[in-house]
Structures are given as structure tokens and as C-alpha cells.
Design a binder for this molecule. Structure first.
Ligand SMILES: C[S@@+](CC[C@H](N)C(=O)[O-])C[C@H]1O[C@@H](n2cnc3c(N)ncnc32)[C@H](O)[C@@H]1O
Length: 698
């Protein structure tokens, strides 16, 4: 875009958001005149511009001149956006702003005291623990709660001690905030009997979260007691705590919890069934806790229920681990073998992979057969399962059971070298830098399990060498791609999330057809398209609507994974791709060839697949301005920063008024206010705001 006339200050007030953004990004907060404009733009209507302003003001080499004005702006009457941007800038200034902020903790305005306490919490400087502790006794209830939240962020022994003292307060809102804060600090108040918190039903969930997060050996039996509670609310909260304990701690440290649960299960044979039924909970954390509990007490009887959860991307890795932890006996082996039929494709592949790990030649043979198809066609899950077993390609000549048996013995990986906390942190930074994937602390075992075979395949001594390889070896780019592929989940199928696609077909497409009638061009992006099913589904829906005859229509599928894209381009699928009942009518766009459903040439002309990293600064450069973006089940693997970066990039590539459709468990809450929420009859979607009519015409 060529720069419009006028100085930077004029451009910073221009009607076009992009012009304002560029102008603000160039400003120097060290110069008084730029500083004045930046402080004024804290109230800019665009989130993106406000974020750039906060970044500029927060990065001043001499921050003190801006601190006073930013503190004043925490009470800005121009809206919450301006107040948040001021808070963000102060948090970026960090400790140098602390002395000025602390003097305002006794301000007469409770709103300011509350805002200042929050900013101090975000700065996270332990010197603030004492004044924040004093604020726990503030006369205003919101200030007291803000102080507890800030102490959780500041951390350290002084903050924990202040929270311990406050735990028995009579103010219920503060008590809840204190227990939540202690849960973040993983600190149980010394000497406090658990019953003191468990007796209060409003606190019980938070109290179990505290138990789930603390390393006290006494926590295990208390959590086990909670899992056995007759009341559902308490039981589910305890299951969440069990899941937290499992994901945070080393297996050896979990023994008190595991054995307490086993003892209770021995006394009460219905306990395992109760946990198995909690696997179906809508609350992910409860289901994850139930999985953990079954890993400790479950047996062959629950293998099928456990496997069923492998159909959900978010639980697949835990299912694999829980299956691996079940007693290695014939009963489990038989239950796995029986489960291979009658479950969804992802669960079936998980069962086959576990059987192969247990040395079953037949299972390895089945996996190899499906993955061999995948080389030319599509069964990404079988191929991925083989890769996780350390086999880059199917066992050659798979049909001979003896050969497969020998291969199974050869490939069942030796236990992967343990991944230490330090190596995990370093490795996840490298992966995050490359692909945006972010692994929480509790996902260390997943990373260890999935990358362990690569460490072995490359002949490296351990994960520390692997990280060095990723940092310096000439083959690093290829290996970073390989590692990212192993760590991503590529689960997808035709007509996934039918409610949303129905809403798209009935409510969105007619609006688009009306609004773009003059242009007669439609560009749709399937971001993170995996093996292509989403792109083909959308293309078929557009065609079937009959609204775009004679238009220039293109659906573009983008993904990081070369393997997935090869399968997407092949456009050939097994029956598993049609697992959603709503996908059945789509068979008319496919022809059955050699046992695979191969996409029709007519539909093929509408769809193009491009390899790209959605987080690269110039991502989607090869894609023209977009009218619709499907970005479903991709952000769930990113941290907040990567989500914002990707959304920002997508937004840049969208025309004003373009539509954004996310996966059913995803939203833009707390990420960006730069899209407007649209309530359709059956779904919630987003749109990039339209410009004023005059600007849109320009
Ligand atoms: C679970 S699949 C989602 C498939 C499809 N959108 C759906 O909802 O059915 C997630 C996909 O995102 C891709 N992905 C992850 N990070 C990516 C990145 N930084 N750039 C491009 N694709 C990425 C993965 O390779 C994977 O194929």
C-alpha cells in the first residue's frame, strides 16, 4: 500500500485501520510528540492498533515519562479497550513501573486500586507481595479478589504465606479466589485439614483443583476419596484433580494416588464402572480424569470404553498412554483384539497399534496394509501409528505373518530415553518457533513418546542431542517438519461438524451469493486442511447450493504436513472418511476405484492444495483475498500468542465482511476483538468487520 499523504500523526488518525497501524508501529515513544499521539491512540477502535500502541509505549527505552499517563489511562472513560491497552503497556514496561504503581494501591478509587493490583500481578515482581498482601484486607470486595489473583501471579513464599493466612476468611468471593490462587501456586496451607475446604460446596471444585495441583503426598489419598464420593459434583471435581495429578507428575510420584484408588476399587467393584461412565462426560477435564483413574484401576473390561475416547483428538495421546499402562495380560490383549471391529477408525487404529506394540504380528500386518494404501491414497492414521512405532514405512511384503512377526519384534521400540524437564522446555521452544505448536507442561510424556523413536532412528544418545540436531544440523529444517508432523494430530473426515456445515450451506452461502454478485468470485480457505476432507466437503457444498454457477470459485486447502497434502491431492479415501452420516450424500462426488473413493474430476477443478505454515510471517502469500476461512481444530494445538499471530495473518488475507468459521471447541474469546460474532440459527461464526460503505467502494 502506498503511504497516504500527511505526517505520522495524521496517518495515526486515518480512517483506514491499516494506515493507522503502520503509522503507530513506526512511532518512537522517546519523542514527546509521538508519545502524545500514542497515548491518544490507546482508545483506537481496532484491537490490532491498540496492541501496537501498547507494544510501542511498553518498549520505551526511558519508560518513566509514560508511566504516569498510562496509570491515569487505567481509568479511561473511553472504554474497556483503552484501559486494557494501558494495562498491557504497563505490564510491558515491567518492574520500572512498579514504584509508581505501588503508590496508587491506596488511591481513593477502588476501580483504580483494582486495575493497579491486576497490572502489578502481570508484572510478577515479588517485591510487590507485601503491598498486595495488605490489599487482601481492602474495604472493597473486588479489590480484595484482584489482590488474591495478583498474588497468585507474583508467587513466591511471601505471596503464598499471605494467601495461607487469608484462606479462612469469611468473605466467600475472596475465599474462592484465595483457593484458586493457591491452586496456581500449588501450595496447600500447612496444617489446614482438607475437610475445612471440602465441606463448603461452593469451594469444592477449587479445592480439588488445589489438591490436583499440589505435590503434597497427602493429596493422592484425598483425591482417591473424592473419586469414590457418591455425589456427582464432588466426584467429577476429584476426577479433574486425578487428571491433573497424572499429567503433572512422574509415574513414581503418583503411586500413593494409584494405590489408594486400587484399594477403593477392590472394596467397591462399581468404582471402575462409575469412572468408565465419566469417560462420556462433556467436560474434557472430567473425561481426562476418568481416563487417568481407569489407567490405575481399570482392566480388560473397560478397554473398549477407553478406546472409544481415541476418536476425540484431544484424548488420543492419553488413551495411548493409558492402554500402555494396563496390565500386560491375555485379558487386555483379547479385549483389544475384540475392539478392533465395531469402533470408529481412529479407535480401531489405536487398538491395532497397541496390539502391535504388544507383539501381535496380525495387528502389525493390518496396520501395514492400511498404511501401504496410505502411501498412494489415504489412511493417515495408520501411517501415523506406524511412524509412532518407529517405522517410517509399512513393513515390506506385509502379508506373510511370520515376516511381520519378526518385524514387530524388531520395531517394538525400547523404552524411549527419558526427557528431562530442562530438555523438554528447550525442545518445545524449538518446535514452537517452527510451527507454533505449544506443549503444556503436562504434555511432556506425549512429546517424549512421539519423538523418542526419532531420537533412536537418528542414532542419537538422547533428547539433548536431538535438540542440538534441530538447532544446528544441516538436515534441521526437514527434521523440524518431521517432528512437527509427528506431534500434530491430523484427524479429519468428510462433513465433520455437520451443524456448522449445515448453517454454512443454508445461512452463509446465500448471503455471500448476494453480497458478491457483482464480483462473481469466491475464495474459500481450509486452513489446516490435513488430508483434505474439509476442502472437498466445502467445495461440494458450494457446488450443490447452485448459487455460484458460472462464478470463479476456488477452495484452497493449506497445511504444514507434506504427507497430509499428498493424500489430500490424491483425493482418495476409505469408508472411514464417510463416518459422519451427513457425509453419505457426498459419495456422489466420488467414484469407487480399487476399493477407494476417488474424488470426481469435476470437483477437483475447484480445489487446490498449498503447503504453508500458517504462522510464518508471510503465510498465505500465494492465496488471493479470502471470502471465507475455515480454521477448525488447528488453534487447539497453539498457545495464545501463536493463535493471535495466526488470526492476525488470516485477517490480513480476508476481505472486509469475510467469514471465519472455527471448530466447535474453539472461540476468539480473550484472543482478539477484531472479528464480529454472528449468531446463526444453528451456530456461531465470525466476520471481519466491514468498512464504511464509502471506503469499501474505494
Ligand atoms: C486436526 S487437523 C484439522 C483438520 C480439519 N481442519 C478438521 O477440522 O477436520 C489439524 C491440522 O493443522 C495442521 N497444522 C498445525 N499447525 C500448522 C501450521 N503452523 N501451519 C499449517 N498447518 C498446521 C496439522 O498439520 C493438521 O493437519
Amino acid at each position: 500500500m502506498s503511504s497516504p499523504p500527511g505526517g505520522r500523526a495524521a496517518r495515526a488518525r486515518h480512517a483506514d485501520e491499516e494506515v493507522r497501524y503502520q503509522a503507530v508501529a513506526e512511532m518512537d515513544p522517546g519523542r514527546a510528540e509521538d508519545r502524545t499521539v500514542l497515548l491518544e491512540r490507546l482508545a483506537d477502535p481496532s484491537w490490532r492498533v491498540r496492541a501496537a500502541v501498547a507494544e510501542r509505549l511498553g518498549s520505551a527505552a526511558q519508560p518513566l515519562p509514560v508511566v504516569g499517563a498510562l496509570i491515569a489511562a487505567l481509568q479511561s472513560q473511553e472504554g474497556i479497550g483503552a484501559r486494557e491497552a494501558a494495562g498491557e503497556a504497563l505490564a510491558r514496561v515491567g518492574s520500572p513501573a512498579l514504584p509508581a504503581l505501588m503508590t496508587r494501591l491506596e488511591d481513593r478509587s477502588p476501580d483504580l486500586r483494582q486495575a493497579v493490583a491486576s497490572v502489578i500481578g502481570r508484572i510478577g515482581d515479588r517485591r510487590a507481595a507485601a503491598p498486595l498482601s495488605a490489599l487482601l484486607a481492602d474495604e472493597d470486595p473486588n479489590v480484595r479478589v484482584a489482590a488474591a489473583e495478583a498474588l497468585a501471579r507474583v508467587g513466591g513464599p511471601a505471596a503464598a504465606a499471605a494467601l495461607h493466612r487469608a484462606v479462612e476468611t469469611r468473605d466467600p468471593a475472596l475465599r474462592l479466589a484465595v483457593v484458586e490462587a493457591l491452586a496456581s501456586l500449588r501450595s496447600w496451607p500447612p496444617g489446614l485439614p482438607p475437610s475445612a475446604l471440602m465441606a463448603d460446596s461452593t469451594l469444592r471444585r477449587a479445592a480439588y483443583r488445589l489438591l490436583g495441583s499440589c505435590d503434597d503426598p497427602a493429596a493422592g489419598p484425598l483425591v482417591a476419596a473424592g473419586v469414590a464420593e457418591p455425589g456427582r459434583t464432588a466426584r467429577e471435581a476429584a476426577l479433574v484433580a486425578a487428571g491433573q495429578q497424572r499429567s503433572r507428575r512422574r509415574p513414581a510420584d503418583l503411586e500413593p494416588l494409584a494405590s489408594a484408588l486400587r484399594t477403593r476399587a477392590a472394596a467397591d467393584p462399581t468404582l471402575a464402572d462409575t469412572c468408565a461412565s465419566a469417560l462420556a462426560s462433556d467436560d474434557d477435564a472430567v473425561a481426562a480424569g476418568a481416563l487417568a483413574a481407569l489407567g490405575w484401576i481399570g482392566g480388560a473390561r473397560h478397554v473398549r470404553a477407553i478406546l472409544r475416547l481415541a476418536e476425540d483428538d484431544r484424548h488420543r495421546a492419553t488413551v495411548e498412554e493409558v492402554l500402555a499402562s494396563l496390565p500386560r495380560g491375555d485379558a487386555v490383549r483379547t479385549a483389544l483384539a475384540e475392539s478392533v471391529t465395531g469402533l470408529g477408525p481412529a479407535a480401531r487404529i489405536t487398538a491395532l497399534a497397541e496390539l502391535a506394540r504388544l507383539g501381535s504380528a496380525e495387528a502389525l500386518e493390518s496396520l501395514s496394509r492400511e498404511a501401504a494404501d496410505a502411501m498412494a491414497l489415504a489412511n493417515a492414521e495408520a501411517a501415523a501409528a506406524l511412524r509412532k512405532l518407529g517405522l517410517p514405512r509399512p513393513v515390506a511384503g506385509a502379508p506373510a505373518a511370520e515376516r511381520a512377526g519378526a518385524a514387530a519384534a524388531a520395531v517394538v521400540p525400547a523404552p524411549p530415553p527419558p526427557l528431562s524437564d530442562g530438555e523438554f522446555e528447550a525442545l518445545r521452544e524449538v518446535i514452537h518457533g517452527h510451527s507454533g505448536l505449544w506443549f503444556r507442561d503436562d504434555m511432556r510424556y506425549l512429546v517424549e513418546r512421539r519423538l523418542g523413536p526419532r531420537v533412536q532412528a537418528l542414532g542419537l544418545a538422547g533428547f539433548a542431542d536431538y535438540r542440538r540436531y534441530l538447532a544446528g544440523d544441516p538436515g534441521r529444517e526437514a527434521e523440524l517438519d518431521e517432528a512437527s508432523e509427528l506431534l500434530t494430530t491430523n484427524e479429519t473426515y468428510l462433513f465433520r461438524e455437520p451443524l456448522q456445515l449445515g448453517a454454512f450451506q443454508r445461512e452463509v452461502l446465500p448471503v455471500i451469493a448476494r453480497e458478491l454478485a457483482a464480483r462473481r468470485q469466491l475464495r474459500v480457505l481450509s486452513a489446516g486442511c490435513s488430508t483434505g476432507e474439509e476442502a472437498w466437503t466445502v467445495a461440494a457444498l458450494v457446488r450443490e447450493s447452485g448459487l455460484f454457477e458460472g462464478w470463479d470459485v476456488e477452495v484452497i486447502g493449506v497445511d504444514l504436513s507434506r504427507r497430509c497434502l499428498a493424500q489430500a491431492r490424491a483425493g482418495a479415501y476409505g469408508d472411514g472418511a464417510f463416518r459422519s452420516p451427513e457425509a453419505e450424500p457426498l459419495r456422489r462426488w466420488f467414484k469407487l476405484r480399487g476399493g477407494r473413493w476417488v474424488v470426481d474430476d469435476d470437483l477437483r477443478r475447484t480445489v487446490r492444495f498449498v503447503r504453508d505454515n500458517l504462522l510464518a510471517p508471510r503465510a498465505l502469500a500465494a492465496v488471493s483475498t479470502l471470502d471465507v476461512v475455515f480454521c477448525r481444530n488447528v488453534m487447539i494445538y497453539f498457545d495464545a500468542d501463536a493463535r493471535r499471530r495466526m488470526l492476525h495473518r488470516l485477517r490480513e488475507r480476508m476481505r472486509p465482511g469475510a467469514w471465519l468459521l472455527l471448530g466447535h471447541s474453539e472461540s476468539l474469546l480473550n484472543l482478539t476483538a477484531d472479528f464480529s460474532l454472528v449468531h446463526l440459527r444453528d451456530d456461531l461464526v465470525y466476520r471481519k468487520p466491514r468498512l464504511a460503505a464509502a471506503e469499501e467502494d474505494a
